[in-house]
Design a protein around this ligand. Structure first.
Ligand SMILES: C[S@@+](CC[C@H](N)C(=O)[O-])C[C@H]1O[C@@H](n2cnc3c(N)ncnc32)[C@H](O)[C@@H]1O
Length: 442
């Protein structure tokens, strides 16, 4: 990217002083923030010395040279999610209700989904991403955070809009964008930037926002966000929606350290020189159209009597409490725990529905990592490892080691937070931490 070209481009939308401040920020160190996971509260995680996020009471800034939050075993166990402080404002401003049906259309790696999912007690979260490889990261993060009420899709937004029109109370469109707001965090985004890219993405965003809007029920809310400063990808995209539908803007609250949109008072712009976070644009839109909605049957439990008996024996022997039988669903001998009132979506590429509990192999139930990472206090046998212990490093590394406990499957905890699975035989731990998650060099 030519710096001068970028400055000239931004000056089309913002005054000189504002552009100078944005450019000045690009040479500075980014801030780092983590958000505690309400599903995996830990009494061993001390955040008392960390600076609080200005709006979220469960998010805190940390200094990377003082605390390597991304390498703390508590992170691997999902006690918190690392996310830019400005990006967290999307979940904060959407204000979801416990029973909402929410779809996050461009969800990977899961920053917004992992914010929203834990707030939906009897609601449903559908998380989609168009990229298959990024969907795999999304699955890992949703498993780590322990969401049980989520369907993960890997599909085109246009297909989803056809199938699920009018179904959702809330839609999140955190659109693919030129990423200006992330320049100081990710040098690759910086090198990749061009005016052609901005134009190409703004065309894509217009298509995506129309499809995103179709997914809403009447009076439902769409939150549109990007990490850019230019009007083409932000206010112009939103205006395109307003001109082509009966959508109206909902004014976001006036917040200290946040600016309003360009000729769009209802929207918010976050600039890194004012807010401790990266650049972001956020806009809330109300649906005033009666989008047609197909009716979906709820998915029914389809577990065969034979497989249920095998699973049930395992459950009785291993778990402290029973899972709801009506949510057990099998596909190719893999047993899933469906979200509550799971709709039977057709014609969409579903990557995951609820929790993958395990598989039936040669008439034996083999539990999965997802099962152990998603439920608190589930296993009768729990192996709590101190986060700084040698055994914790060995577990994360994939090693086997001696333990002082009885035979059988056990949930491995990082202090008090579910981390993964192991199997004990003759006081020797068989390590079932997934190979792709193992930490080398520990
Ligand atoms: C800004 S990132 C999303 C970040 C995510 N919301 C979070 O908070 O972690 C944009 C995402 O859009 C996805 N994407 C790109 N083109 C898309 C399309 N046509 N439909 C759906 N997703 C798309 C990318 O794979 C990328 O994961």
């Amino acid at each position: 990217m030519e710096k001068e070209e970028y400055i000239r481009f931004l000056q089309n939308f913002l005054n000189k002083d504002r552009v100078n401040k944005i450019v000045e920020e690009m040479s500075k160190e980014p801030t780092h923030c983590l958000r505690l996971n309400p599903l995996k509260k830990s009494s061993f995680l001390d955040v008392s010395s960390l600076k609080s996020h200005p709006y979220l009471n469960n998010a805190f800034y940390y200094k990377k040279d003082e605390y390597e939050a991304g390498k703390d075993p508590m992170h691997y166990a999902g006690a918190y999610y690392i996310q830019d402080a400005s990006a967290m404002m999307v979940g904060y401003l959407l204000n979801v209700k416990k029973t909402d049906k929410v779809i996050d259309l461009c969800a990977a790696p899961g920053g917004k989904s992992t914010y929203i999912g834990p707030l939906l007690e009897n609601g449903l979260l559908v998380s989609n991403d168009y990229s298959n490889s990024r969907c795999l990261d999304l699955i890992d993060n949703i498993e780590r955070i322990g969401l049980t009420n989520t369907i993960i899709l890997n599909d085109e937004v246009s297909n989803i809009a056809k199938e699920l029109e009018g179904y959702f109370d809330k839609v999140v469109l955190d659109a693919p964008c030129s990423g200006e707001g992330m320049f100081r965090k990710n040098i690759n985004v910086n090198e990749d930037w061009s005016i052609e890219k901005v134009n190409r993405l703004s065309t894509l965003q217009k298509t995506l926002i129309l499809d995103a809007y179709k997914l809403l029920k009447k009076d439902g809310l769409l939150i549109y966000s990007t990490c850019t400063f230019n009007k083409l990808e932000d206010e112009d995209t939103v205006r395109y929606l307003l001109e082509n539908t009966n959508a109206t803007l909902v004014s976001l609250p006036y917040l200290d350290k946040c600016d309003r949109g360009i000729d769009m008072q209802e929207a918010i712009r976050i600039f890194p020189d004012k807010f401790d976070g990266e650049g972001h644009f956020i806009c809330l839109i109300k649906c005033n159209d009666d989008n047609e909605c197909k009716s979906f049957k709820f998915k029914q439990s389809n577990i065969s009597p034979v497989n249920y008996k095998i699973y049930k024996e395992f459950e009785n022997k291993t778990f402290n409490y029973q899972l709801d039988k009506t949510r057990l669903f099998e596909y190719n001998d893999v047993i899933y725990y469906l979200p509550v009132d799971c709709p039977d979506f057709k014609n969409l590429h579903i990557m995951r529905q609820g929790v993958m509990l395990g598989s039936i192999e040669k008439n034996i139930f083999k539990p999965s990592h997802n099962l152990a990472s998603s439920f608190n206090d589930l296993f009768k046998n729990a192996l709590s490892l101190r986060k700084e212990s040698k055994e914790m490093s060995q577990y994360l590394h994939g090693d086997s080691f001696k333990v002082d406990m009885g035979d059988g499957y056990a949930q491995v905890l990082c202090e008090d937070v579910p981390l993964g699975l192991c199997k004990v035989t003759n006081q020797t731990l068989k390590n079932l931490y997934p190979k792709k998650l193992r930490k080398v060099g520990l």
